[in-house]
Design a protein around this ligand. Structure first.
Ligand SMILES: [Zn+2]
Length: 407
């Protein structure tokens, strides 16, 4: 019996027992997978970390085409979002770490504008398939029209520079470009904050970083502490005027990694109304593969076509025998269920780092998302709980950010 059919059987049994109590004996129990699917379809499903814009400037790549992990490495497109019942999410303006110099800031800023332009262009070019969302209320309206919901977030605010006035004016521009969530830092400390991956030089935020956070609150964006050091997380929780988010993070108690967060901090996040969106990476030790890295670098520069497919197939073959992380759907769910038991369904959501290194065996792309709903149902979570986890919690945080705007 495969792992997947085993889970189906367990779910059938649970629902059969429930059905046996509630219905006449001659009534067949409802088809459990259909129940899970219906609940999933009724819910607003949002993931808070879609790195898909990394593909947007790739010649020939279209979000409306159905791609596959095996032939393209990508994990998100409109057809697979529909298959997986993913209504939308936060499309990320990601900037890699760089030099903390005037030139470094200028390069990062130009990159952020390019990526923002790419997101806005893809939305503009596909008006029947997707729509930019600017408020919490927009999500339900866009979902009702059958289009995918495009919120925009910033991962790593390096490009805001090191001058307070310049920072504020660029952040105002980002807000106008639709940004509603922002994180200060990535894998290397910058002018704003220390990173989770390094010892750190500020012991948290820099003085400018604290001004950055005040500006995030004033503009009505959700502050995001993923990738930041524990000290930054503590200060963000203390100083933010609205609940904060971890847009793609996991519990340290399940896998001890600097990018994951300890239970005491998750409890404090929840006490302040915040949410941790469960990541599908940092679930297991990581292994490097020189050949995969070489191929990945080539893939990033290769337009859609036979050569790109050939490279992607080679990467996929390497991943089958030597995955970056030996992690599967059960491990992803163990992470989510740990946090659910710790702080409950008001403080958990989806942030699997799709197209940014996410995806695990058994949940390789967003088409697999209904499995999460099926599993939560099997674990005894109600439809109301599941709806909060799938999208309700992030909407609540957006609403809180909007309410605090301008203060
Ligand atoms: Zn990330």
């Amino acid at each position: 019996m495969t792992r997947s059919s085993h889970r189906f059987a367990a779910l059938s049994l649970t629902v059969s027992l429930l059905a046996a109590c509630a219905m006449p004996p001659e009534t067949d129990p409802p088809a459990t997978t259909a129940d899970a699917r219906a609940i999933h379809e009724r819910a607003l499903v949002l993931d808070t970390h879609l790195d898909t814009p990394a593909f947007f400037d790739l010649p020939g790549w279209k979000i409306t085409d159905r791609h596959s992990v095996a032939t393209d490495t990508s994990e998100v497109d409109i057809p697979r979002m529909k298959e997986g019942g993913l209504d939308g999410g936060f499309f990320v303006i990601y900037t890699s770490s760089g030099p903390l110099t005037a030139e470094g800031y200028a390069v990062a800023k130009a990159h952020m504008i390019r990526r923002s332009d790419a997101i806005l262009r893809v939305v503009r070019e596909n008006p029947d398939a997707m729509q930019l969302a600017l408020t919490a209320d927009d999500a339900e309206k866009i979902a009702a029209s059958g289009k995918r919901i495009v919120y925009v977030s910033v991962e790593n605010s390096l490009g805001v520079g090191d001058d307070a006035a310049g920072m504020r004016s660029f952040m105002a521009e980002l807000y106008k470009r639709g940004v509603r969530m922002a994180s200060p830092v990535h894998v290397k400390q910058n002018q704003l904050a220390d990173s989770a991956n390094e010892p750190g030089r500020f012991g948290g935020f820099s003085p400018l970083g604290k001004q950055w956070l005040a500006e995030v609150n004033r503009l009505g964006m959700i502050p995001d502490a993923s990738h930041a050091s524990d000290a930054v997380f503590d200060q963000m929780l203390e100083l933010s005027t609205t609940p904060i988010i971890l847009s793609h993070s996991g519990p340290k108690a399940v896998f001890d990694h600097p990018r994951n967060i300890d239970d005491a901090r998750i409890r404090r996040l929840a006490e302040k109304g915040g949410v941790i969106m469960i990541n599908s990476i940092y679930l297991a030790p990581r292994t490097n593969n020189a050949e995969r890295e070489k191929l990945s670098a080539e893939l990033d520069k290769t337009p859609v076509g036979p050569r790109r497919e050939e490279i992607a197939r080679k990467i996929h073959a390497i991943n089958q025998v030597s995955p970056v992380e030996k992690a599967d759907f059960e491990m992803y769910m163990a992470s989510m269920l740990h946090v659910l038991k710790l702080v409950g369904p008001d403080h958990v959501g989806l942030g699997a780092d799709w197209d940014g290194g996410g995806g695990v065996a058994g949940m390789e792309d967003v088409a697999a998302l209904p499995k999460i709903t099926e599993r939560l149902l099997a674990e005894g979570y109600s439809e109301a709980d599941i709806r909060k986890i799938l999208g309700g919690n992030v909407i609540r945080l957006l609403r809180a950010a909007e309410a605090a705007k301008g203060r």
